[in-house]
Design a protein around this ligand. Sequence first.
Ligand SMILES: NC(=O)c1ccc[n+]([C@@H]2O[C@H](COP(=O)([O-])OP(=O)(O)OC[C@H]3O[C@@H](n4cnc5c(N)ncnc54)[C@H](OP(=O)(O)O)[C@@H]3O)[C@@H](O)[C@H]2O)c1
Length: 542
Amino acid sequence: MHQFFPANVAAAAEAKLNFPVIWGMVCAVNDIITSECGISNDRKTLDACTIVIFGASGDLTARKLIPALYHLYKENQMPPAFRVVGFARREKDSALWRAELRTALDQFSRTGPVDDKVWTAFAANLFYCQGDLNDDAAYKKLEAQLTEFGSGPLRENLLFYLAISPSQFGEVVEQIRRAGLLNKEGAAWQRIVVEKPFGHDLASAQRLNRELTRYAHEQQVFRIDHYLGKETVQNILMFRFSNSIFEKLWNRNSVDHIQITVSEKIGVGERGGYYEEAGALRDMVQNHMLQVLSLIAMEPPVSLEAEAVRDEKVKLLKSIRPLTPSDVARQVVRGQYFAGIVGGAPRPGYRQETKVKTDSNVETFAAMKLFIDNWRWSDVPFYLRTGKNLPMSASEVRIQFRRTPNVLFAAKCGESLDANALTLRLQPNEGISLHFNGKVPGMSLRVRPVRMHFSYDSEFGAYTPEAYERLLLEAIAGDATLFIRRDEVETAWQIVDSIRAGWEGRPLTNREFYAAGTWGPIAADDLLAQLGHTWHEPQVIK
Ligand SMILES: NC(=O)c1ccc[n+]([C@@H]2O[C@H](COP(=O)([O-])OP(=O)(O)OC[C@H]3O[C@@H](n4cnc5c(N)ncnc54)[C@H](OP(=O)(O)O)[C@@H]3O)[C@@H](O)[C@H]2O)c1
């Protein structure tokens, strides 16, 4: 028997949030979960292959890709035979590249100190290939390097990871094709993994898609949104479609509205130059937030096959009600932070950040009310908000259910009768909370909102593979479920472009500025007040 509410969670909630938690409720989790269905356990042995990383001397490779591959190796998840070839411009040999990556791993390993024996065995598979992406001869060198691995799968099964600027994608794909490293047909496989940002608007995304699919099939292109590699984001589907009690309520008849919050405590810091081009809408909404929205709201797919899941996600995105410029004025809010205090430390305003224009109108906050015009969600508002320099970093989805008829307890309990809510916490403190009303013990009829908690860590232990580990593994296995399809990325850009068109030529108003360390501009509260709603602030659960 397991206690459903870990004592520390309940105590923290009681002490810090002044929000009573029901005590003593136990559930026999082991009895209920009689079998674990392990999708990854069913996977056939992975093919031997070579991973070619373009951009091998860059930040992404050192901070994410190599640590992810190391951890997969350490956990015996890599194919029985594999090689990693790093391609970049700087002069160095394999020994130096390995030494640099080892130093980076010491810093970025998620499992603490690096195991020397494991590293040595892993690093023997790493090779550096120096060259310029624009130089034909460099690809011949790469081809020669791969041929040294023999004529079998290490030469033929190739995963090209483009950890480079999107402006270089087209050139690389053309060159690897010309070098005979990328084939559209054949017994072996070649795949291309590309990083965000995938374009900066619909036209540029379409251009990139054309460049990538000129020499490769769409099925060979794996577009990353690292949010989809997060355990808890994947759990949305598991939660929705394996629990009949919730799925029955998952529609307009029971749901009043849904809030999706992705808040960041950090400001733009050193990334002012990038942010001036991106803004919150492109940086967070076009990819991560619309992905979460589609998983929360999509219809059940006919299977867990990649195309079935992605079909439903695209269908959902296409049913988001289009926004005209006047809809944007009513339904979408921007914000920009001015100087304030975050976590006790002073922060400069956005316009004072390095590489930011002193009269910049770029949004560091965006909030919107979207409607999904389908049978399930007709007229249910979906509120999305994201921003920088907010009081805490958190991602959560709150399903706010409809109120009960106001007849029985209204006279005595009045305003204190809360509507039920289900909160899916994606990070931190990954878990699920259900809010409902409970009677305060005693002679009088008093009601208080209480909360039931489920925490992944407490239930399953703190196993949190990095998103890149899962995504690399899925790409090696050829499973595209967690990657974004061409029509998906283009539909998301259509939505974002319509919002940008509505903002065109409109400077920020006073109600759109917010102090760093607050939950965003007043205009975001105005947005919810239109229908009598208020934002729910993510809460710290310890
Ligand atoms: N860093 C992250 O956490 C992160 C997260 C999400 C997405 N991304 C995206 O991933 C991509 C890479 O990011 P990053 O931060 O790793 O960039 P970075 O640190 O600037 O690294 C860029 C890499 O590209 C190589 N490169 C550039 N031009 C080249 C050329 N003409 N020939 C050969 N190699 C060339 C560089 O090699 P040399 O240094 O040898 O010239 C370097 O290895 C970008 O598109 C970025 O937006 C990054």
